[in-house]
Design a protein around this ligand. Structure first.
Ligand SMILES: NC(=O)c1ccc[n+]([C@@H]2O[C@H](COP(=O)([O-])OP(=O)(O)OC[C@H]3O[C@@H](n4cnc5c(N)ncnc54)[C@H](OP(=O)(O)O)[C@@H]3O)[C@@H](O)[C@H]2O)c1
Length: 249
């Protein structure tokens, strides 16, 4: 439950070992959140740092690829935390287009996580937020979904689906007191992109987390990281296909 000043008290992180997710949760705890649930595959997640900051930290088993378990997971979170102030689905798999080209089944599995998993757990969380009449779902989309590139079009198309889902859900929740914030980072230097050559305008994990906190504070619906990617993609979106497909990978 948010306190009288509207400060976040409880946080549910789905993908409880995500670098970006944990960096956001740490900031929310530093700002006053007292109860956290980290939901991750196998039910293990790094609790020490958050506990050292004074938070009560719960851990739960969560697999994005098992949608039938998602409503129960949200119920478990409510039982442990009470009302959910902020829910952050931060799970995802970057994958490789070359591997997907050779293994369509692997591609479909990752799409089921990157899109389907967000749909099932997002709807389950949204139902709870609507019932409470407050709370924020922070969806980690990507510029990869704003205009899909040939270099990673399986990942990008799942992010495009996710971004559309999040916008539709935001509109569906309008007036309920609950809301959805869409975060669109560019290339983030971190574990997910380890070994890859950073793209122009790359940022670190901390920059994403800072932008999410600032966006939550200012009530923004969409958070681009870095912010100038919004203008860049206003142009990218309308580049002719013949130009777009020739852009460097
Ligand atoms: N890093 C970037 O460049 C970037 C850019 C734009 C958007 N994003 C998005 O931001 C989000 C967070 O990324 P990140 O940088 O924090 O990456 P990360 O540190 O690699 O975290 C991704 C997390 O997703 C979890 N995950 C994967 N499959 C799962 C499944 N089936 N069930 C449950 N959890 C699963 C992983 O769990 P394990 O710990 O078990 O592997 C991992 O903890 C992702 O949605 C990503 O697509 C990232």
């Amino acid at each position: 439950m948010k306190n009288a000043l509207g400060q976040v008290d409880t946080v549910l992180l789905l993908g409880g070992r995500s670098e970006i997710g944990l960096a956001v949760v740490e900031r929310l705890v530093r700002a006053g959140a007292t109860r956290v649930m980290l939901a991750a595959r196998g039910g293990t997640a790094p609790v020490g740092r958050l506990q050292a900051l004074g938070a009560e930290v719960h851990v739960a088993d969560f697999d994005a690829a098992l949608p039938e378990t998602h409503p129960r997971l949200v119920q478990e979170a409510v039982a442990k935390l009470g009302d959910l102030d902020v829910v952050i689905p931060a799970f995802g798999v970057l994958g490789s287009q070359a591997i997907y080209d050779a293994d369509p089944v692997a591609a479909a599995r990752d799409v089921a996580v990157n899109y389907g998993g967000h749909v099932s757990v997002g709807l389950a969380a949204a139902a709870r937020l609507r019932e409470q009449g407050h709370g924020t779902l922070v969806v980690l989309s990507s510029v990869a979904g704003v205009r899909v590139r040939r270099a990673n079009f399986v990942y990008g198309s799942a992010k495009a689906g996710l971004d559309g889902f999040a916008q539709g859900l935001a509109d569906a929740l309008h007036g309920s007191g609950a809301r959805v914030v869409v975060v669109r980072p560019g290339f983030v230097i971190g574990r997910m992109t380890a070994g890859m050559k950073p793209a122009p305008m790359s940022v670190g994990v901390d920059a994403v987390a800072d932008a999410v906190i600032e966006g939550l504070r200012s009530g923004r619906q969409t958070i681009w990281v870095p912010a100038r990617l919004r203008a860049v993609f206003a142009v990218m979106r309308i580049l002719p296909r013949a130009v777009w497909r020739r852009l460097p990978r």
